[in-house]
Ligand binder design. Sequence first.
Ligand code: ATP
Ligand code: PRP
Length: 214
Amino acid sequence: MRKTLTIALSKGRILGETLPLLEKANIVPAEDISKSRKLIFDTNHEHIKLVILRATDVPTYVEHGVADFGVAGKDVLMEAATKNLYELLDLKISKCRLMTAGVVDQPLPNRRLKVASKFSKTAKAYFAEQGIQADVIKLYGAMELAPIMGLADLIVDIVDTGNTLKANGLEARDLIAPISTRLVVNKAAYKTKYSEIEPILEMIRNAVEDNEGK
Ligand code: ATP
Ligand code: PRP
């Protein structure tokens, strides 16, 4: 009997790029995810299930081993800093950059910096690594407002086209990390379910290569 494998997918932006990739890997949900309120889906493989989660919850499900695989942005994985998983594959989708940003042409003040971010742990680690003294203020969204309103000197946020920064009078400053979506696996599952995991990994790896060759 093949062991069941559960893949935790991030909903939102990433999901729209993950599903076509999985389809290329011949992993297809049994019903249309976008038209359903369900959170758990069967697939065309009897032993593979998909669960749809808030992106930030994906590492938690994989860490606890209730999902074997997870699909999440590198930004989310860095912030979660989860120990119990292996990052197996760069899916090369939802590519963007994690950057610092500030008000256009506004020099940094000559005091301890105030930095606002949803990625507060990553931001703290980054400024510490740079030897820059900074207090990090945790936010949950609309980070662009923080420098405009004087809550912070800098933000740490995702940048793709730069349009969001520009629309708010901000400019990108330093690159913290290039970001893309990764496939992670629970460490214990990788050993105990190796014979189920390896063929799926191969299918997804080929789909990524196929996407890249497009
Ligand atoms: P939540 O709704 O759970 O707060 P969110 O709004 O950050 O999450 P999305 O905007 O769907 O979720 O983004 C999810 C992931 O997509 C991010 O973690 C990042 O890896 C990637 N991402 C975010 N913004 C962009 C962008 N502008 N371009 C490309 N990828 C992006
Ligand atoms: C993301 C991110 C930035 C924006 C960057 O927001 O939080 O605000 O994209 O992309 P850009 O450089 O191309 O403008 P998203 O559109 O996902 O909205 P949300 O995070 O507020 O949900």
